[in-house]
Design a protein around this ligand. Structure first.
Ligand code: SF4
Ligand code: SF4
Ligand code: SF4
Length: 300
């Protein structure tokens, strides 16, 4: 059974506790940012910030009577059904990891840092611009739906293994497991985690309520039905307005050539990585090329 996270924008207060919980749980560092006149911070996803709350402003009134409203959005990797990042990865580092053994549908998209060659094809082709290359760790990062928590299997979490940050008894005692850190932390009940089918029912019921009881004409869901070329999403949304108003792409575009590239690159990557010398040389060249790349990445 597919797992999912539901973000109900109609309940979000923009407190960003989820953003901090994500950083804290996943042990990501603070980065220096500049105030640009917005509450939104940081201004885009980075290898140190895997999810962020976007502060979109819309005018829901008329020319004579403006009615400015916030449209808060939780933005991160969507764990797409047809994940472009998985298709283009030549080394197999980015893959769908099963949350429950034997259940192909219950997966999370993650990058195994030990296998990542730093080619950045996933970063360049992600229709949501939701993954980022980190120079310090020489790997690509995204929301991992707290795989370690929801699978209850810390040993299988590649990032923990790579960084040598052992799962301690203290961490186990302090943090309730089985649901993602952001969901655990949400102060208003805007976030839920569980079986995707259950969350779809919950999302549809909420949209009905908003339309009928609150007269929110624009109430709708996002991610339940396939979007663009990436299929359905493992992040579901309840919105009070069009996806555009929330900065969510209505038609996320998969770059032309991704399918053909995946047929070509994967066998070549597997061949190249089969040889230790070739693999080491390839890694050296690519990671040197990536110096300074992170600061130039454009994103969401
Ligand atoms: S949102 Fe981007 S990084 Fe996440 S699964 Fe989809 S293609 Fe991959
Ligand atoms: S599921 Fe985990 S990794 Fe993903 S945004 Fe929430 S806290 Fe961060
Ligand atoms: S913790 Fe909940 S209410 Fe606060 S910003 Fe995140 S989703 Fe919104």
């Amino acid at each position: 059974m597919p797992k999912a996270i539901l973000f109900d924008a109609s309940k979000c207060s923009g407190c960003r506790a989820c953003q901090i919980a994500c950083k804290s749980w996943n042990q990501r560092g603070a980065t220096y940012t500049t105030n640009t006149g917005s509450y939104e911070n940081p201004p885009q996803l980075t290898s140190e910030c895997w999810m962020r709350i976007k502060f979109n402003e819309v005018d829901a009134g008329t020319a004579d009577t403006p009615d400015i409203k916030w449209r808060f959005t939780k933005y991160q990797c969507m764990h797409c059904e047809e994940a472009t990042c998985v298709k283009v990865c030549p080394s197999g580092a980015t893959a769908k990891h099963k949350v429950t053994s034997g259940d192909e549908e219950a997966y999370v998209v993650m990058t195994d840092a030990a296998k990542c060659v730093g080619c950045n094809y996933c970063v360049a082709t992600c229709p949501f611009k939701a993954c980022r290359y980190g120079e310090a760790d020489k790997s690509v990062f995204r929301c991992v739906m707290c795989f370690d928590r929801i699978s209850n299997d810390a040993a299988s979490f590649p990032h923990m293994q790579q960084f040598g940050k052992e799962w301690t008894e203290k961490m186990q005692a302090e943090f309730p497991r089985n649901i993602p850190a952001c969901v655990q932390t949400c102060t208003t009940g805007a976030l839920s985690f569980g079986e995707r089918e259950d969350l779809i029912k919950k999302a549809k019921a909420r949209v009905d309520y908003l339309k009928k009881e609150k007269k929110v004409a624009g109430a709708q869901t996002y991610g339940i039905d396939p979007v663009g070329g990436v299929g359905t999403l493992r992040y579901l949304y309840v919105l009070e307005d069009s996806p555009d108003a929330y900065g969510l792409p209505t038609d996320p575009k998969v770059p032309a050539g991704v399918e053909g590239w995946s047929l070509l690159a994967k066998p070549m990557g597997a061949f190249a990585l089969g040889g230790m010398v070739v693999a080491a040389a390839l890694n050296y060249v690519i990671h040197r090329r990536n110096a300074g790349l992170e600061s130039k990445e454009e994103g969401v």
